[in-house]
Design a protein around this ligand. Structure first.
Ligand code: BTN
Length: 336
């Protein structure tokens, strides 16, 4: 990524006009570099208004992520977070996985990374996760568990529940969870969770939990996504503050993950079921071997597995590489 793209955008976010020469003075770089960066900014889908004499204005700047506001909104849990905000990352999950590959994370500290722009976001089942600059929240956190990885099957469900709880506190109520953890509004996808699990020594484990939430997707991004998608502006009619939301969600995640570690998924099962999008519905599961199972959804197990009544009786399915949908012919998506 070109080094002066983000400094230029930050400069222009004050809503004033800047000439090419003024930009080059502010950033102490040659005009040719400014032109290169401006054309890359355009290719990112960010439209600057250009007046005569090479003067530029960003009419609708994004709300930048601000670590102080995020930590302020994360309440008592803020002291545990080691928060990093990146201008861009290919994938915040991959970033955290690589960062702690060699050195372990400090005990009692929860590394969190959020990116203004994610260039190669990963979704479940090897899908892509699409987002543009400032139109989403894309972040990951790394959490240590005092138990073996095999006890973490309900983790992705409680993370979905944490997102729902926070949406509710922002008065966004018309939301459900599609097993295991897609957040939907009117059956359109609003948010998704990707968890990379890693086993540790002596019955411990850790997970990198990545969350993507659509705030105000551009038509360009929406057109890349091959499933029904929505965003917070569409469903709430409000521009929800990304910093406040991220802070509140970090606080909720901190509290819910501690309880999950102590009591397991069973503790959250009834609450989770109250948001279950496909309960009692006829659905189609696509298994890792590509076979499709048809059945009626009949709740979930204490470990977060999905109960499906099929023509061969009732079966439990564990999240992993399974996808679920209500139509038989749209099981394979390319993105989000
Ligand atoms: C899904 O619904 O398929 C999961 C989407 C998860 C997207 C988030 S965005 C932040 C984090 N980094 C990634 O590369 N993916 C997750």
């Amino acid at each position: 990524m070109n080094k002066i793209i983000f400094p230029i955008l930050r400069l222009l976010s004050d809503g004033n006009f800047y000439s090419d020469i003024l930009i080059s003075h502010h950033l102490n770089c040659p005009l040719t570099e400014v032109y290169k960066a401006l054309s890359l900014i355009d290719s990112l889908g960010i439209r600057l208004t250009m007046l005569s004499e090479q003067r530029f204005l960003w009419e609708d700047p994004i709300q930048w992520l601000n670590p102080d506001s995020i930590l302020l909104s994360s309440g008592n849990a803020s002291r545990f977070f080691n928060l990093e905000i990146l201008d861009f990352a290919n994938s915040t999950n991959t970033y955290l996985l690589n960062k702690f590959q060699k050195k372990p994370a400090a005990h009692n500290s929860v590394p969190v990374v959020a990116a203004e722009l994610q260039t190669n976001g990963r979704g479940r089942l090897n899908r892509k996760w699409y987002s543009g600059l400032g139109d989403s929240l894309t972040f990951s956190l790394r959490w240590n568990f005092k138990c073996d990885i095999s006890f973490l099957s309900g983790l992705s469900l409680v993370v979905g529940l944490a997102i729902i709880r926070v949406l509710n506190t922002f008065s966004v109520f018309n939301v459900n969870i599609k097993w295991p953890n897609d957040i939907l509004s009117n059956y359109k996808k609003l948010a998704g969770v990707l968890i990379d699990f890693r086993g540790g020594m002596h019955g411990t484990s850790h997970a990198v939990i990545g969350i993507g939430i659509n705030f105000n997707l551009s038509n360009e991004i929406k057109s890349l996504i091959e499933q029904d998608v929505t965003d917070l502006l569409t469903i709430s009619g409000k521009n929800i503050d990304r910093n406040n939301f991220l802070g509140a969600l970090l606080n909720e995640l901190y509290n819910i993950l501690i309880k999950f570690n102590d009591y397991g998924f069973k503790h959250f099962k009834q609450e989770w079921l109250s948001y279950h999008a496909y309960e009692g519905r006829k659905t189609y599961l696509t298994l890792p071997d590509r076979s499709i199972i048809e059945g009626i959804v009949d709740g979930i197990g204490d470990d977060g597995s999905l109960c499906l009544i099929t023509n061969k009786g009732e079966n439990l399915y564990h999240a992993g590489d399974i996808s679920i949908c209500m139509k038989s012919n749209d099981t394979i998506y390319i993105g989000n």
